[in-house]
Design a protein around this ligand. Structure first.
Ligand SMILES: Cc1cc2nc3c(=O)[nH]c(=O)nc-3n(C[C@H](O)[C@H](O)[C@H](O)COP(=O)(O)O)c2cc1C
Length: 185
């Protein structure tokens, strides 16, 4: 008699469970740790003047996830850097990126400032390198709303979501929503 899908699923679960019971405790612990680690998030942030770093560290403190800094190969400091930043963002440029340590997570919270209504060139490179489906984007800006950034990015990237902080948002409330979302996804 051929087994239906439900019966086959039950049988397979039993086999997995039985073999797990026979597994030595040390290997069991290793499996569990690897599984939890595989589902972990890492916080990756780019910053020019420090706000994204402050927010990244606050999220890291609340969640226990690691926060690592993303660098690129352009000097954004001073007036010239400011002008260059606006131009690069407006024209959708990418920059070469470097991350301060190895990334060992499946999913990332990417925190970036908003420049000229767009995400930074380094954030663009990061999304395209690691894949939008693994990334929850967090925008930090003066007035540009995350919904507007999300709308303009939607056509290009299928992100896990977009949250954001502006001067007007209630930081603790957005932080709470963000942490809740990280636990749900
Ligand atoms: C070149 C440039 C362009 C910016 N454009 C915008 C903008 O379009 N909308 C906005 O709300 N904020 C804009 N900002 C402000 C930054 O998004 C904001 O100050 C952010 O908190 C900076 O993050 P950081 O301190 O981590 O670099 C701009 C800043 C720079 C340097």
């Amino acid at each position: 008699m051929t087994k239906n899908f439900a019966e086959r699923t039950v049988e397979l679960s039993r086999t997995v469970f039985d073999s797990f019971q026979l597994t030595p405790p040390s290997l069991k612990a290793f499996c569990i740790i690897s599984l939890v680690k595989a589902m972990e998030w890492m916080i990756v942030y780019f910053t020019r003047s420090g706000t994204c770093e402050r927010i990244a560290k606050k999220i890291a403190e609340t969640t226990g996830f690691r926060a690592v800094r993303l660098y690129d190969d352009v000097n954004w400091s001073g007036f010239l850097g400011f002008m260059k930043a606006g131009f690069y963002a407006l024209t959708g440029r990418r920059t070469k990126i470097e991350i301060e340590e190895e990334l060992n997570a499946d999913r990332f919270v990417l925190i970036t400032p908003i420049w000229a209504g767009s995400i930074t060139p380094a954030a663009r490179t990061f999304i395209e390198h690691f894949g939008p489906s693994k990334i929850l984007l967090v925008t930090v800006s003066e007035v540009t709303k995350p919904e507007d950034v999300s709308r303009s990015l939607k056509k290009k990237y299928n992100l896990l979501g977009v949250h954001g902080f502006t001067k007007k948002t209630n930081e603790s409330e957005v932080m709470r929503q963000l942490v809740e979302k990280l636990q749900k996804i």
